[in-house]
Write a protein that binds this ligand. Structure first.
Ligand SMILES: [Cu+2]
Length: 349
């Protein structure tokens, strides 16, 4: 860590690190598969992403705990179930670790393999099911595991001096089971173990196809990039997270060959959950498959650095990015995104 901080400081304050390529040659950290490699080149990457959520939204509008407690419970017809929601999510933290490899068998195609490990933690408050709806207590649930692995081909479509574009064609496979359990506190003030709601599962047992296109313009002092990615469910179990479309547009500027700054607009549109697991039943918003998906617009600011950490080859890339949501049109009742930070390391061989 010390070495990384030192390296960042050296690169911000001087332009003396000599260069083969430039910091600006790679997109902001949150954009995946933005570049191709030359024939025979390998690249290793590692991303650490932390996303926090706090509070709740009803159809995209801020909602208090009282408002949530007045919404109907989807499972109210089941014996012993409260009429209204009685458990309210307070905070959620997601940590994702993504190692990746890129390899170019030729100049037209770069292959990209990635794995995602994730860790989820949620804190929830529990209220009396009826009468005064008094606060009973809170509990935390957490899960972790290998979520998915993916393999993509990035295929060169257009390559000119000031403008380049490529297609994405990939497969993503969910890796862990979708039936992780946890001990929860019920509105009857009892502890029980259940299959945790969809949002706490690290995987959904699906196979997805990835299709996309990236285009980057070099406008002399700026770089302007655009990327659209869509996922389609090819195979699923009894339920799956909704299909997603992501659009990114970003502007980058160089401070030197070793440092670039970026601004990015991120748009994500996700469908609600397909199917359901009949054993996921609780008086909480996350147990209802319609309370998933929607549209989120976010803005991000990031830095890319290129220099030497492990030797003098000037090939170590470090990037950071902070993403802040600006508009969250989420379906139904959902938690509100607070921010996402990511830190990444990349190196080509
Ligand atoms: Cu690469």
């Amino acid at each position: 860590m010390k070495q990384i901080v030192f390296f960042i400081l050296v690169c911000v304050t001087s332009v003396s690190c000599n260069a083969g390529s430039k910091a600006i040659d790679h997109a902001p950290l949150g954009v995946m598969g933005d570049h191709l490699h030359k024939k025979g080149e390998w690249m290793f990457s590692f991303r650490y992403i932390e996303m926090r959520m706090k509070g709740n939204l009803i159809k995209g509008q801020n909602a208090s705990n009282e408002e949530i407690l007045n919404r109907p419970n989807l499972f109210s017809s089941m014996p012993g179930m409260p009429v209204n929601l009685s458990v309210v999510p307070r905070t959620m933290l997601m940590r994702m670790m993504m190692p990746g490899l890129m390899y170019a068998p030729n100049d037209q195609v770069t292959l990209m393999a990635m794995a995602m490990f994730s860790e989820k933690e949620m804190e929830l408050s529990v209220y009396q099911p009826m009468m005064n709806r008094d606060y009973i207590g809170s509990f935390q649930s957490s899960t972790n595991g290998l979520s998915s692995v993916s393999l993509s081909a990035l295929i060169k479509g257009y390559d000119q001096l000031k403008s380049r574009g490529h297609f994405h064609l990939g497969l993503e496979k969910s890796m862990s089971d979708a039936t992780k359990t946890g001990t929860v506190l019920t509105p009857m003030n009892m502890q029980t173990t259940m299959i945790l709601p969809y949002g706490m599962q690290t995987s959904d047992n699906s196979t997805r196809g990835i299709l996309g296109y990236t285009h980057v313009f070099d406008l002399d002092r700026f770089v302007w990039g655009n990327q659209i990615l869509t996922q389609k469910i090819l195979e699923k179990d009894v339920w799956a997270f909704g299909e997603k479309t992501i659009f990114n547009t970003w502007i980058q500027q160089s401070f030197s060959d070793h440092v670039s700054i970026s601004g990015r607009l991120h748009y994500e549109n996700q469908e609600d959950i397909q199917g359901r697991n009949a054993s996921i039943m609780a008086p909480v918003q996350t147990a209802n498959p319609s309370n998933y998906g929607g549209e989120v617009f976010s803005l991000a600011v990031g830095f890319n650095f290129l220099g030497s950490i492990f030797d003098n080859a000037d090939k170590d890339r470090v990037a950071v990015e902070l993403v802040i949501p600006v508009n969250q049109e989420k379906n139904g009742i959902q938690m509100k995104n607070q921010y996402t930070v990511s830190l990444g390391y990349q190196r080509s061989f």
